[in-house]
Design a protein around this ligand. Structure first.
Ligand code: 26Y
Length: 816
C-alpha cells in the first residue's frame, strides 16, 4: 500500500515550521532574520508544494500504468488566480499552518495575499477553464489542461484621472507552482512550402518543409482535487528559438546579433495574452500562438497515445479533446495532418478519428467575436493546413450537395471559406464540422446557436450533434475559500463538508430558513463580508462606505453588451432624483453603494468611455454634501480573481443586465447567489436557469426578451424612435456638463440617440429603474430579504462545475 506522504511530511505545527524554515533558508537562500511576508509566503508555498508533488507524481504514474481514456482541455486561457489557499484546502493542514505561521509572527491572510494571481485569461471563458480543472481533479477524471505560458498575463488596470491605463503584468518573478520540463520539448514549424510526390505504391504524399522552427518547452503545474489524492496536470508551453542546424550556422558564421534576434522573435510567441475579450482582430501573432500551442499539445497527446502501442482506430477511445471556443480549432487540421502525412493513414480513416476525438464548446453568438482568418495569411503561415482545410471543406460541401440538392444557396452559407475579399476561413464552421458534439453554455444560448449561427448545420447534421451544458463554478474556491464563515455555518448544519463535493446537499439548509440562530449568523456573515469590502474600498479608493447600505455590485469585463452604461445611467438617474428631494424625503431613502469593476480591452474606446463616466459620476456624487451616505459610486481598480474573492461575498444585489440573447451564460451570477446575494438581471444566459432553481420571487428580472430584440432593433431605424424620457433626463444632465466636459461622453450618448441603440439601453431603461425601486423597497424588509437569500443559497446546488463536468464526461467525452 502507498504511504500517503513519503517525503517532507508535516503533521504538527512544529514540523510545519521546520519545513518553512528549511525552505526559506535553503530553497530561497534567505536569512530568517529578515524574513518578510513574501519569504513567509515562499516557505509556506514550498512546504505545501512538496506534499502536492508527491501526489502528483503518484497520480501520473498510476495513470501511465492504467492508461485510461484521458480528457484534454485545450484553452488559450486559464484564469487560475492564487494557488496557495487552494493547495492548503486540498492537502489539508491549513489549521496547522496557521498556527505555525502565527508563531513565526505572520497572519495567514497576509501570507496568502503575497501571491500574485496567475492571470492567464480575460474573463468568463478563462475562469470557467480554471473551475473545470478543479472539478476534473476532484471527480478523479484523468485530465490535462493545455495552454500557453504567457510571460505577461492580462494587463494590470490602473485608474489615472478617471481613465483606464494598462500596465504589463509580469507575473513569473517567483512562481513556485510551475515546473519547467526542459526535457519535454516539441519543434513547431511555420511558413515553408508543401512538396507533393507519388511514392512507390502510387500514393500521393505531401511534405511540408523549409519552414521556420520554433521550440515549445513544457511547464507543468499540479492541479489537486478536493477530498481526493488525484492531482492532475496543467501543461503550459513556452516558446524559444530552436537549436537546429540553421541556428548554429548563423552563430558560427559570426552573426551573433542575428541569432539573438531570432531568439527574441521566437520568444514573442508566448510573450503576451491578447487582452481582447470578444473582439476578434485577426493579428498574425495570435494565429501563430494558436498554431504553436495546438501543434505542441497534439504532438504531446499523440506521443502519449503511441506509447500504448494501440491501433489508430483506438485513438478516440483513449483521447477526448475539448476545444474551449474556436481558439484551438487548428488542432483539427493538425491531427488530420499528423494522421495522413506522418502516420500514413487514408483520409477517410483519419477524418473519422478526428471527428470522434473533438468536442467544441461555443461561448458566444456575437458576430464580432467569431474568429475568421484570412486565406492569404493562412497560406503564408500554414500552407499545408490550408490545403487540408480546403479538402475538409470539399468533402463536406459534396456531402451537403448530395443531401440538399435543391438548396443551392446552402453551399455558400455553410462553406468553411467565406467568399469575401480577401477570402476568410471561418473557424467556428471548421470546429463544428471537425467535432462530434457542439455545446453551448446555458440553455438559452444553446437554443440560440441552433437557430442563428449554426442553423444550417442543424439541417445538415440533425439536432443531436448540438447540446447544452450549462456552466458551473467550483464551490471550493467560490464558497469555501471566498467565504469561509458561510461554508463553516453550512457545514455545522449539514454535519460536515460533504456539500463541497456534492453541492446539491445545500438543499438541506432550506430547513433552517426560519431558524433564528441560523438567520442571525447568516446575516452577521453577510455584514462581516460587507465590512471587509468596505475596508478594502477605503484602502484602495480612499472612500468610506457604510456597510449598512445596500451593496450593489457589477464586476465583469467592460463591454457594451453587458451594459455597464445602463447601470451608470441608472445611478445618475438616482442621483438626480435624490437632488430633487426635500431633506425630509431623503430620510426615507434606502442608502446604496454602487460598485463597478472590470477591464476594458485596450482598444475598445466605448468601454473605456464608460469607465471614465463611472469615475466622473463618482467624483461628483461621492463629494456631494446633500447626498452623504445615500449614494456612493465606487470603481474598483484592477478587478481580478483574488479581488473577486473579496467582492463576491459582499453583495446584496449584483447586476447581470446584458441585452437579452447576448450573454452566453455568465458565471459570476452563480457566484454571487451562492454567497447570499440576490440578482438583478435580464432574461439572459444562466439568469434564466438561476430563476428556475431559486424561484421567481427570489430574483429581480427586468427588460425585453431575446425574441423581441430583433424587432426592437429594426424599429429603432424604421419607426419613430423616442428615447425613454427618464433616460433623456440623464442625457440632459450629462450634456449640461454636470459630470465634466460633456464632449467626452458624446459618442456614448450618440450610440443610443443617433446610432440605433443597438443594445436597447433606452428600451430597457424604465423597466430597469422600476426594478431598482422594487429592490430598495424589498431591502427595507430585512427579514423577507434574508429569507430570499437563504432560500436562494440552498437552491444553488445545480450550478456546481462538478455537475457540469459530469455532463461533459457522459454526453461528450465518454469517460469514467
Ligand atoms: C476571438 C477572441 C478575441 C476572443 C477572446 C476571448 C473571443 C472570446 C473571448 C472570451 C469569451 C468569453 O469569456 N466568453 C464568456 O464565456 C463564459 C463561460 O462560458 C460565459 O459565461 C460568458 O457569458 C461568455 O461571455
Amino acid at each position: 500500500a502507498w504511504k500517503k506522504f513519503s517525503a517532507t511530511e508535516f503533521k504538527t505545527k512544529d514540523e510545519f515550521e521546520g519545513e518553512v524554515v528549511k525552505h526559506i533558508e535553503t530553497t530561497l537562500a534567505r536569512s530568517l532574520f529578515n524574513c518578510d511576508e513574501l519569504a513567509a509566503y515562499g516557505g509556506t508555498a514550498l512546504a505545501f508544494r512538496d506534499r502536492l508533488v508527491i501526489e502528483w507524481n503518484r497520480t501520473q504514474q498510476q495513470q501511465s500504468f492504467a492508461d485510461p481514456k484521458r480528457v484534454y482541455y485545450l484553452s488559450l486561457e486559464f484564469l487560475m488566480g492564487r494557488a496557495l489557499d487552494n493547495a492548503m484546502l486540498n492537502v489539508g493542514m491549513k489549521d496547522v499552518a496557521k498556527e505555525g505561521l502565527g508563531e513565526l509572527g505572520f497572519r495567514m491572510e497576509d501570507v496568502i495575499s503575497q501571491e500574485r494571481d496567475a492571470a492567464l485569461g480575460n474573463g468568463g471563458l478563462g475562469r470557467l477553464a480554471a473551475c473545470f480543472l478543479d472539478s476534473l481533479a476532484t471527480l478523479n477524471f484523468p485530465a490535462w489542461g493545455y495552454a500557453l505560458r504567457y510571460k505577461y498575463g492580462i494587463f494590470k488596470q490602473e485608474i489615472v484621472d478617471g481613465y483606464q491605463v494598462e500596465v504589463p503584468d509580469y507575473w513569473l518573478d517567483f512562481n513556485p507552482w510551475e515546473f519547467p520540463r526542459h526535457d519535454v520539448t516539441v519543434d513547431v514549424q511555420f511558413y515553408g512550402n508543401v512538396r507533393k510526390y507519388m511514392d512507390e505504391s502510387g500514393k500521393q504524399v505531401s511534405v511540408w518543409e523549409n519552414g521556420e522552427i520554433v521550440t515549445a518547452v513544457a511547464y507543468d503545474a499540479p492541479i489537486p482535487g478536493y477530498g481526493t489524492r488525484t492531482t492532475n496536470n496543467l501543461r503550459l508551453w513556452s516558446s524559444k528559438a530552436s537549436h537546429g542546424e540553421f541556428d548554429f550556422t548563423k552563430f558560427n558564421s559570426g552573426e551573433y546579433e542575428a541569432s539573438v534576434a531570432d531568439q527574441q522573435r521566437a520568444e514573442t510567441i508566448s510573450a503576451v495574452l491578447y487582452p481582447n475579450d470578444s473582439l476578434e482582430r485577426g493579428k498574425e501573432l495570435r494565429l501563430k500562438q494558436q498554431y504553436f500551442w495546438c501543434a505542441a499539445s497534439l504532438f504531446d497527446i499523440v506521443r502519449r497515445f503511441k506509447k500504448s502501442r494501440k491501433a489508430w482506430k483506438e485513438f478516440p477511445n483513449q483521447v477526448a479533446i475539448q476545444l474551449n471556443d474556436t481558439h484551438p480549432t487548428l488542432a483539427i487540421p493538425e491531427l488530420q495532418r499528423i494522421l495522413i502525412d506522418q502516420e500514413g493513414l487514408e483520409w477517410d480513416e483519419a477524418w473519422s478519428i478526428v471527428q470522434k476525438t473533438f468536442g467544441y464548446t461555443n461561448h458566444t453568438v456575437l458576430p464580432e467575436a467569431l474568429e475568421k482568418w484570412s486565406v492569404p495569411l493562412f497560406q503564408h503561415l500554414l500552407p499545408r493546413h490550408l490545403q487540408i482545410i480546403y479538402d475538409i471543406n470539399l468533402n463536406f460541401l459534396h456531402y451537403v450537395e448530395r443531401n440538399f440538392p435543391k438548396d443551392r444557396e446552402m453551399l455558400g452559407r455553410v462553406s468553411i471559406i467565406e467568399e469575401s475579399n480577401p477570402k476568410m476561413v471561418r473557424m467556428a464552421y471548421l470546429a463544428v464540422i471537425g467535432s462530434h458534439k457542439v455545446n453551448g453554455v446555458a440553455e438559452l444560448h444553446s437554443d440560440l446557436i441552433k437557430t442563428t449561427i449554426f442553423k444550417d448545420f442543424v439541417k445538415v447534421y440533425g439536432p443531436d450533434k448540438f447540446t447544452n451544458v450549462t456552466n458551473g463554478i467550483t464551490p471550493r474556491r467560490w464558497l469555501h475559500q471566498a467565504n469561509p464563515r458561510l461554508s463553516e455555518l453550512i457545514a455545522s448544519k449539514l454535519g460536515g463538508y460533504d456539500f463541497l463535493r456534492d453541492l446539491t446537499l445545500l438543499h438541506k439548509i432550506e430547513a433552517y430558513v426560519d431558524d433564528k440562530e441560523f438567520r442571525k449568523e447568516f446575516q452577521e456573515i453577510k455584514y462581516a463580508n460587507k465590512v471587509r469590502l468596505a475596508k478594502y474600498t477605503k484602502e484602495a479608493n480612499g472612500i468610506s462606505v457604510n456597510p449598512s447600505s445596500l451593496f450593489d455590485i457589477q464586476v465583469k469585463r467592460m463591454h457594451e453588451y453587458k451594459r455597464q452604461q445602463l447601470n451608470i445611467f441608472g445611478v445618475i438617474y438616482r442621483y438626480l432624483e435624490l437632488k430633487d428631494m426635500s431633506p425630509e424625503d431623503r430620510k426615507k431613502v434606502q442608502p446604496r453603494v454602487s460598485f463597478f469593476g472590470g477591464k476594458a480591452a485596450p482598444g475598445y474606446w466605448m468601454a473605456k468611455t464608460v469607465i471614465h463616466l463611472i469615475n466622473q459620476v463618482g467624483a461628483v456624487v461621492n463629494n456631494d454634501k446633500d447626498i452623504g451616505d445615500l449614494l456612493k459610486v465606487i470603481f474598483l481598480e484592477d478587478y481580478n480573481v483574488s479581488k473577486a474573492e473579496i467582492i463576491v461575498p459582499a453583495s446584496d444585489i449584483s447586476e447581470h443586465i446584458s441585452t437579452a440573447g447576448t450573454e452566453a451564460s455568465g458565471t459570476s451570477n452563480m457566484k454571487f447567489v451562492l454567497n447570499g446575494g440576490l440578482v438583478i438581471g435580464t432574461c439572459d444566459g444562466a439568469n434564466i436557469e438561476i430563476t428556475r432553481e431559486v424561484g421567481e420571487d427570489n430574483i429581480f428580472l427586468f427588460g425585453n426578451l431575446s425574441e423581441d430584440v430583433e424587432d426592437l432593433r429594426h424599429a429603432h431605424f424604421y419607426s419613430e424612435f423616442h428615447i425613454d424620457p427618464m433616460l433623456q433626463r440623464v442625457f440632459d444632465a450629462i450634456k449640461e456638463g454636470r459630470f465634466g466636459d460633456a464632449g467626452q461622453f458624446s459618442a456614448l450618448v450618440n450610440s443610443i440617440v443617433e446610432h440605433g441603440d443597438y443594445y436597447l439601453v433606452s428600451d430597457d431603461f424604465k423597466s430597469y429603474i422600476d426594478t431598482q425601486k422594487l429592490i430598495d423597497e424589498a431591502y427595507k424588509d430585512q427579514e423577507t430579504w434574508l429569507t430570499k437569500t437563504i432560500t436562494s443559497v440552498s437552491r444553488m446546488g445545480f450550478f456546481s462545475s462538478d455537475r457540469c463536468i459530469d455532463e461533459y464526461a457522459e454526453m461528450i467525452w465518454n469517460v469514467e
